[in-house]
Design a protein around this ligand. Structure first.
Ligand code: LHQ
Length: 263
């Protein structure tokens, strides 16, 4: 009987309402395999019904955030059925990030390349370390961006900038990423996890409506004004029914800080 314990592809840690998920294949710069995507999707789906989780941080072990699809395992798969691979592993992971009605912060601690860049884009907010970089690596190996990059990147930084990054495949340093709106904050390398978790902890103390805000923003990406006004109507109706709305108004009237429960 083997006593060897497989290294989990995603590490999980929970503290003060914040779940930290660490992509954990540092020897290959956290290159993505099916096990990693499935573990990520499962952890995020478990977080849906876990009241102890009110915000999530995704980061990478070692010096990289994520180098994208593991090209060695993809190459050794023989005839790679890429459509099936994307549908069965990438799509569920991207949906798990977007569908979770709790904020997800990408703490980009180093290079985010290929589908690793895509994972960062699917997060609600991105905090980067000074030495982080972003690389639409796909074109360098004759591919198109996938795993949601062609959806989120033009919406985030505009179509012309997205085309440039995707077609040239040049690396974007953290400072430039901040200038073009690709990341929300850049912090010192050694402070990244602390800062990302502090931001997540702030969000974790916020009201239930933060989840509804995420939902509204998801839907606004495709809606026209009238459709989005209806989304606001629907979600505001839900928000007014929450305990946190009652608490927020009571706290205002009583001139005290609100204590939100996330319900
Ligand atoms: C890696 C990887 C990696 C395996 C570093 N795989 N080992 C594609 C296909 C099919 C279906 C679905 O979707 C996709 C989507 C994609 O993501 S395509 C894009 C895939 N990613 C890339 O093309 C990026 C490849 N990596 C790089 O260009 C560089 O490694 C970067 C720029 C990320 C970092 O460069 P360095 O800092 O110079 O590190 P390194 O290249 O020396 O890498 C360190 C080790 O990690 C090295 O292994 P070794 O045994 O030599 O120490 C690399 O082979 C390994 N590694 N990325 N994606």
């Amino acid at each position: 009987m083997s006593t060897e314990v497989a290294t989990p592809p995603v590490l999980q840690e929970q503290d003060s309402g914040v779940l930290t998920l660490t992509l954990n294949r540092p020897g290959v710069l956290n290159a993505i395999n099916d096990g990693m995507l499935d573990a990520l999707a499962t952890a995020l789906r478990d977080a849906v019904s876990d009241d102890g989780v009110r915000a999530v941080v995704i980061t990478g072990a070692g010096r990289a955030f994520c180098s994208g699809q593991d090209l060695r395992s993809a190459a050794s798969d023989g005839e790679l059925n890429v459509r099936r691979h994307l549908r069965e592993h990438y799509v569920p992971a991207i949906h798990a990030i977007r569908d979770l009605e709790k904020p997800v912060i990408g703490a980009v601690n180093g290079v985010a390349a290929g589908a690793g860049f895509s994972l960062a884009l699917a997060c609600d907010l991105r905090v980067a370390s000074k030495s982080a970089s972003f690389l639409q690596a796909f074109v360098r190996i004759g591919l198109i961006p996938d795993a949601s990059s062609t959806y989120f990147l033009p919406r985030l930084i505009g179509p012309a900038r997205a085309a440039e990054l995707m077609m040239l495949g040049e690396s974007v340093e953290a400072k430039r990423a901040l200038e073009i709106g690709l990341v929300n904050r850049v912090v010192a390398d050694e402070a990244l996890l602390k800062e990302a978790r502090a931001l997540a902890a702030r969000l974790a103390q916020g009201p239930r409506s933060i989840g509804f805000i995420k939902h509204a923003l998801n839907r606004s990406l495709n809606n026209d004004l009238d459709a989005q006004l209806l989304v606001e109507e629907e979600l505001q109706d839900a928000a007014t029914g929450t305990a946190d709305f009652f608490e927020g108004v009571s706290a205002f009237l009583e001139k005290r800080p609100a204590r939100f429960s996330g319900r």
